[in-house]
Write a protein of this length. Structure first.
Length: 71
């Protein structure tokens, strides 16, 4: 059984990732694609990758910001 501190850290970690994704979506919804992409970078650093489906949003936001998808 995992120890209690580990479980709490994991819950906080997942909560931070979820909040960062919410902020990314909110920024994109308001048209601030640069800010949205920065929030996704935070998630990539903290989590190691983006959750399923978020890579497509990242490409779309890059395109809409005028950068185009990453190669």
């Amino acid at each position: 059984m995992p120890n209690r501190d580990f479980v709490i850290r994991e819950q906080l970690h997942e909560s931070a990732v979820a909040q960062s994704l919410r902020w990314a979506q909110e920024a994109a919804d308001s048209g601030d694609f640069s800010d949205a992409l920065e929030w996704l970078q935070v998630v990539e650093v903290v989590r190691g990758d983006l959750p399923p489906g978020w890579g497509n949003k990242q490409d779309s936001w890059r395109y809409r910001r005028g950068q185009g998808p990453a190669l």
